[in-house]
Ligand binder design. Structure first.
Ligand code: NDP
Length: 331
């Protein structure tokens, strides 16, 4: 069934740049990672006729990952993009209206809830499922901005190809850093891992992969403080043993500098209306996906600072759709 469409402007009135169309839907889903698509599968099967806006990064963070080996149902592994394509197809099979668009503003102060898409279109929704995920963090160095797109990247699978046969560095010691380093090691001549402690945070399996890869050199207890280069990154300035007696400056020659130090939840536009923690993760009632606003639900990495796995995101996406369906039934 098509969502009900209404226009809140007089059709005879001249347009003042950009459409002011308003559309009414029962269930709006924002985000297209495992959480958003799983919510869509469940919501469409429950006849909520969901409309899903993908956001800028269609498929979410998994589209920037390589092999996914820990998602049940794929015994031989699957690439992140392929898995998200499968999720999308499954959501569309049951009638989810998947659209490209970015939620730029929300108004959860009354009912129906309002979400502005691409600064021009208003969606009025009885229920909203937020699944906007999280975004890669940067160190906050001036040099990261200076060399953005000229040697600095937060996505090895997107940009690794440009560093074939070159030397690169990956910052971080978590699963993402290990995964990106091993991926880059297959392309680059040499990969430095810049790890601020003397241990990895990554899972043992990921660590093993790094240790077994000959062209990865781990720089334990190093921190990147600057980058240099004329028309792009040519090297990084590091500090070894920061704050200790034997602190020293180390310079490495690299062409690419990859950040893999975690993520920030994409909750900025919701913060006025919802409770968030110090980092910005949306708070939900324990054991549910309910936010403090009735009819608004949050799932996936947007509300999970702890597990942050595709399978747990999918699980909470399912919960959000069930919570939305039950909430609608109660109204
Ligand atoms: P994590 O938060 O797990 O790790 C971040 C890493 O970056 C840590 O080593 C941390 O150091 C380091 N770091 C953070 N801030 C700085 C800084 N300012 N300077 C230097 N280093 C810094 O993030 P990930 O993105 O690696 O992983 C997120 C989640 O996703 C995890 O749960 C992970 O298991 C999961 N994941 C799973 C994958 C898989 O199974 N295939 C692949 C990728 C991610 P420190 O340890 O000192 O805090």
């Amino acid at each position: 069934m098509e969502p009900i469409k209404t226009m809140n402007i007089n059709d005879d009135e001249p347009s003042h740049g950009g459409s002011q169309e308003t559309e009414k839907v029962r269930c709006l889903i924002i985000g297209s990672g495992p959480a958003g698509y799983t919510a869509a599968i469940y919501a469409s099967r429950a006849n909520l006729n969901p409309v899903l806006y993908t956001g800028m990064e269609m498929g979410g963070q998994l589209t920037t990952t390589t092999e996914v080996e820990n998602y049940p149902g794929y015994p031989d592994g699957v690439t992140g993009p392929q898995m998200m394509e499968d999720f999308k197809k499954q959501a569309e099979r049951f009638g989810t209206d998947v659209r490209f668009g970015i939620a730029t503003k929300v108004d959860f102060s009354g009912r129906p809830h309002k979400v502005i898409i691409d600064d021009k279109k208003t969606i009025e929704a009885d229920t909203v499922i937020l699944a906007t995920g999280a975004t890669a963090k940067y160190l906050g160095l001036e040099a990261e901005k200076k060399y953005a797109g000229m040697g600095v990247s937060a996505c090895a699978t997107c940009d690794g190809f440009f560093y074939k046969g070159k030397d690169v560095a990956v910052v971080g010691g978590g699963d993402t850093a290990c995964e990106e380093a091993t991926y880059l090691a297959g392309l680059a001549n040499k990969v430095y891992m810049i790890v601020r402690r003397d241990v990895f945070r990554a899972s043992k399996a990921m660590q093993e992969r790094v240790f077994k890869t000959k062209n990865i050199e781990i720089l334990w207890k190093h921190q990147a403080v600057d980058l240099f280069g004329k028309d792009g990154v040519e090297g990084a300035v590091l500090v070894k043993n920061k704050g200790e007696e034997n602190e020293e400056e180390v310079r490495i020659r690299i062409d690419g500098f990859f950040l893999a130090i975690g993520h920030t939840p994409n909750s900025d536009i919701f913060k006025v209306f919802l409770d968030t923690d110090d980092v910005g993760y949306v708070r939900t009632s324990p054991g549910t996906t309910k936010t403090r606003v009735p009819g608004v639900f949050a799932c996936g990495d947007l509300q999970d600072s702890h597990y942050r796995q595709a399978v747990t995101a999918a699980g909470t996406g399912c919960m959000a759709a069930i919570d939305a369906e039950r909430w609608l039934a109660e109204q």
